[in-house]
Ligand binder design. Structure first.
Ligand SMILES: C[S@@+](CC[C@H](N)C(=O)[O-])C[C@H]1O[C@@H](n2cnc3c(N)ncnc32)[C@H](O)[C@@H]1O
Length: 289
């Protein structure tokens, strides 16, 4: 349909790596308890699946299920097909789902509701769910983030990103976060659109590379997730702002990012603990058709 999100808002690796961590198997029990889907084979539709990390987790967690991921961004769908072969992916619009009525046992989404007009978002899920089907809406709430000193911005970097965000109007232009809802508004909206037995719950997902229970591979993934985010944010800024960022400034920033994360990986390899941590709080809203 388009590639706006992956080019201007969040890139493939930013979303894929952060969500692989957010939906890592170490948090599986917490999600499974709130999803409460039983263990029968299911037809699951993920709406706004992005590059496919949650769909991949669902495929691992519910091995008998048929999982379909849908997103309107063509590049995400291409990436997801390449990285998550056990899942069906297709392009499509959440406000006009390309499926007949009463097809799915479960619909699920992560950080999508705030971008789609609510009557279409909930109404379309009502339509495609079977009677008794479960709608799960996951959203990210205020978490906490303590950066390693070597990854903090110095003054020059701060100036660079401040200038980039002042000039960047892509969020507004593309309708990002046009329909935000509080923790209290979300369950009320779900009831308003006809779901019953509405419940809410919260998962905290702490990512701390220096935690002794974290394997070296996972610690590396946690550290590099920040680097993918910074590099793709830079790519989007260059694309959006064009000549308002000079090629020299962009190259300087790219090198800074590479150097800083190389240093953080070296510190990790040398066992110099930094105790940097990132804690996501994920709200899980559940309702029944
Ligand atoms: C914040 S991203 C989250 C992506 C994915 N759920 C994840 O957690 O990695 C929001 C996603 O919603 C998708 N999206 C926004 N509006 C949409 C719509 N009307 N139909 C389909 N996808 C939509 C975007 O393309 C993007 O992939």
């Amino acid at each position: 349909m388009d590639t706006i999100w992956s080019r201007y808002v969040q890139g493939c690796m930013t979303l894929y790596s952060s969500r692989r961590l957010r939906f890592h198997d170490r948090f599986r029990e917490k999600y499974a308890q709130l999803f409460d889907l039983g263990d029968r084979p299911l037809r699951i539709l993920e709406i706004g699946c992005g590059p496919g990390a949650l769909a991949g987790a669902l495929h691992r967690w519910y091995p008998g299920a048929e999982i379909t991921g849908l997103d309107r961004d063509r590049e995400f769908i291409r990436f997801a097909r390449e990285h998550e072969p056990g899942v069906l992916f297709r392009e499509g619009d959440a406000s006009a789902l390309p499926f007949p009525a009463e097809q799915f046992d479960v619909t699920i989404s992560n950080t999508v509701q705030e971008h789609v007009e609510p009557s279409a978002f909930f109404g379309e899920q009502q339509r495609v769910l079977k009677p008794g089907g479960v709608c799960l809406v996951l959203s990210s709430r205020r978490g906490l983030h303590a950066a390693a000193p070597c990854l903090e911005w110095d003054e020059a970097e701060q100036r660079f990103w401040e200038k980039a965000s002042e000039l960047d109007d892509s969020m507004e232009k593309y309708g990002v976060c046009r329909y935000p809802m509080t923790e209290a508004e979300l369950p009320a909206a779900m009831e308003k659109y006809g779901f019953r037995d509405v419940r809410t719950g919260y998962v905290t997902a702490a990512l701390t590379p220096d935690d002794p229970s974290v394997s070296p591979e996972l610690a590396r993934e946690m550290i590099l997730s920040g680097k993918y985010n910074d590099l793709e944010a830079l790519d989007s800024a260059v694309l959006t702002l064009g000549e308002r960022i000079s090629p020299e400034d962009a190259e300087w920033m790219r090198q800074r990012i590479e150097e800083k994360y190389a240093l953080r990986l070296e510190q990790y390899a040398r066992g110099e603990k930094q105790w940097d941590t990132s804690v996501s709080v994920i709200m899980v809203l559940r309702g029944v058709k």
